[in-house]
Design a protein around this ligand. Structure first.
Ligand SMILES: [Zn+2]
Length: 496
């Protein structure tokens, strides 16, 4: 699998540093607000990357941090007049709800910064000991950029214009203001009750050291892959490299991947332009998590993505086409009395069911055993789908392969030229594609007949305006583990 490395600006083959396991660190949300769709573009890119890496047979450890103490969270808690952890708890839990809605696979670890202050203090102490850091008059600790000659290698900065001795206290700053940055901020009134004791005095960590310390704790001093949005390259990731490599004396990260900006209707998303959307805003307009996921996934991650409600509507029809194709394959396979067990592959349903590696392996075995049955057009789609993913996540090529397969498959079924076992094999392949894409609904035929009967009863009750009966049936379905979703295409059942 080839990926574009921001550090070298080259496409490179992904080769894990140790064995078959890829270790990934992903900058997670700053929990001071609901995440917006620009944030989710990055998290969906990382989810696609994660699923593609697994598809190609690697094991994986992904860490996504939660920034729950920094300039923004402290300012937010102060404004709301509540303790910092009360303030961030709301947004942490909203974030995990949003991940489920978007069918983003959970990372292996979600460390929160406030739970890892001792690791940060340890790393700062080591930077002080090695003279890469110093204390300023107000008691804050700064990283000395001049002590790290390769500073600027990730953002490809020209360091000639740097003013020695200049310092910047804020977590975020522009490239023009390259300067010594804060590792530890001495307490002042703006911090309220937010402070920890360190050997050099009371205060709180800077944003950049949080990620360096947590990445090292969970993934080691050197690991494979670090991702984020292009906004993170400077200063955040540049500063992470400087701190981590100065503290450990080892290369920090082998590959860096960054996804481009999201624009809305061709313009930068901003509250003042009225085009600023959280996931909740989109759901409230009647669109679903999987439609949003599809739009955010369908453009190449290194190209700016233009988000629009037209794109969501187009996603709705594309997904409907996929659902119908899947239902049709299941129908053809069923009519030919194909054993359900050969069809029984794990699905991403848009809920919190996530395929485990074990299921994936057994699924791929099903795919392998079925590949002899695949018609030529499906086998060609399989090759093209994987070639796209392996080419720096060229999702457009993979989706084109998928829709070529849908087109050819529908034609074959129209002509009654697809045998039952072939339909079963194609459906297995489709399900294996969906382990990467994560957008398919569960086929209707897999919902037990009893539940479908109840759904019909409920529709009849509603037609007759018998709300008590409709509610009773809804509760009975809920007791069996089914939720009713009213969609423009009619009522559907979804696993709770
Ligand atoms: Zn970070």
């Amino acid at each position: 699998m080839k990926i574009h490395n921001t550090l070298t600006q080259q496409l490179e083959e992904l080769i894990p540093l140790e064995g078959n396991r890829v270790r990934i660190y992903t900058c997670g949300p700053t929990v001071y607000n609901f995440a917006h769709i620009g944030n989710f573009r990055a998290y969906i890119f990382e989810d696609l990357l994660r699923r593609a890496i697994k598809r190609f047979g690697y094991e994986l450890t992904q860490v996504m941090n939660l920034t729950d103490v920094d300039d923004k969270t402290i300012a937010g808690a102060l404004k709301a007049g509540v303790p910092l952890n009360t303030f961030t708890a709301t947004f942490k839990s909203a974030f995990f709800d949003d991940l489920k809605t978007l069918n983003i696979e959970p990372a292996e670890h979600y460390p929160a910064a406030t739970d890892h202050i001792p690791a940060m203090i340890g790393m700062i102490q080591s930077l002080l000991d090695k003279k890469h850091a110093y204390q300023s008059d107000d008691g804050s600790i700064y990283f000395s950029v001049a002590s790290f000659p390769s500073y600027g290698k990730l953002a490809h900065l020209d360091m000639a214009g740097m003013r020695p001795g200049a310092r910047v206290q804020h977590d975020e700053y522009e490239k023009e203001n390259v300067a010594d940055f804060a590792l530890w901020k001495a307490w002042d009134e703006k911090d309220g009750a937010v402070a920890w004791d360190a050997p050099w005095g009371r205060g709180r960590p800077g944003w950049h050291i949080e990620c360096s310390a947590m990445a090292t704790q969970y993934l080691g001093e050197s690991f494979d892959l670090h991702t984020g949005g292009v906004d993170n390259i400077f200063p955040h990731h540049e500063d992470e490299i400087a701190q981590s490599e100065s503290a450990s004396g080892k290369p920090y990260v082998r590959y860096w991947m960054h996804c481009a900006h999201l624009v809305v209707d061709g313009r930068k998303m901003s509250k003042s332009l009225g085009n600023f959307y959280t996931l909740r805003d989109i759901l409230s307009r009647g669109f679903t998590g999987r439609e949003t996921r599809y739009v955010l996934m369908a453009g190449h991650y290194r190209q700016s993505l233009n988000f629009s409600f037209d794109a969501l509507t187009a996603a709705r029809s594309a997904l409907q086409r996929l659902d119908e194709f899947q239902d049709r394959l299941v129908g053809v396979a069923k009519n030919a009395n194909i054993e359900q067990s050969t069809l029984n592959v794990q699905h991403s349903t848009g809920s919190n069911s996530h395929p485990s590696l074990d299921v994936r392996c057994s699924m791929l075995t099903v795919e392998c055993s079925n590949s002899l049955l695949l018609p030529d057009w499906a086998d060609a789609a399989r090759v093209k789908f994987d070639a796209g993913l392996a080419d720096d996540l060229n999702i457009s090529e993979s989706l084109a392969a998928l829709f070529d397969m849908v087109h050819a498959g529908n034609r074959a079924m129209d002509a009654k030229a697809l045998k039952g076992e072939q339909a079963a094999a194609v459906r297995s392949l489709l399900a294996s594609f969906d382990l990467v894409l994560g957008v398919l609904e569960k086929p209707r035929e897999e919902i037990p007949d009893g539940a479908l009967k109840l759904l019909e009863l409920r529709q009849e009750a509603r037609k007759a305006k018998n709300w008590a009966e409709s509610d009773r049936v809804r509760d009975e379905l809920a007791a069996q583990g089914w939720l009713i979703q009213d969609t423009p295409q009619g009522a559907k059942l979804k696993r709770k």
